[in-house]
Design a protein. Structure first.
Length: 170
């Protein structure tokens, strides 16, 4: 079957650009809204020692973990703070005492030793949250005497599982 030209010139069909641009913008908005920016996980900067583990080191080993235990009363108030084997009590200045005790461990704030040190907080299960926050604040540092700058003691703080957590069957 042959198509005949009726003698008139064929009309040139021009595509409509406005609907195409609308579709492009809709696709652009869709991909912008569904984009998930994921930070790389597990990218750790680990420096391993060069010496063999079987070789004994002549340097004294420095303590890099400080264990802080927060003991609660039955009502959830603070009963005692223990740093290592030292009992600090529960008086009004107990967190200032904790701050001073941490300062004794790190020797000099901001030093390389303090950057490697880590505080492990172990709190009773029923301890009120405010005491944990105050302990974290006391371990991380203090304001300098002028009151303008924060002197950092320790930046690495980890939490041990709570003590006295009720079992599922109770």
């Amino acid at each position: 079957m042959k198509l005949r030209n009726s003698g008139r010139e064929a009309e040139k069909i021009e595509p409509q650009m406005a609907p195409m641009i609308d579709v492009v913008f809709q696709l652009l908005i869709f991909f912008m809204l569904t984009l998930n920016i994921v930070e790389p996980e597990g990218d750790f900067n680990v420096n391993m020692p060069i010496t063999n583990s079987s070789e004994a080191s002549d340097e004294p080993l420095l303590q890099t973990d400080i264990k802080v235990r927060l003991i609660a009363n039955e009502d959830g108030s603070l009963n005692n703070i223990r740093v290592g084997q030292n009992n600090l009590g529960n008086g009004p200045n107990v967190f200032a005492g904790l701050n001073n005790e941490i300062l004794l461990y790190i020797i000099k704030p901001g030093s390389a030793i303090s950057k490697d040190m880590e505080v492990e907080l172990e709190a009773d299960y029923n301890l009120h949250y405010e005491y944990t926050l105050k302990a974290v604040s006391a371990c991380t540092g203090r304001l300098d005497p002028s009151g303008k700058h924060i002197v950092r003691y320790i930046e690495k703080i980890k939490f041990a599982p709570p003590v006295g957590r009720p079992t599922e069957g109770s």
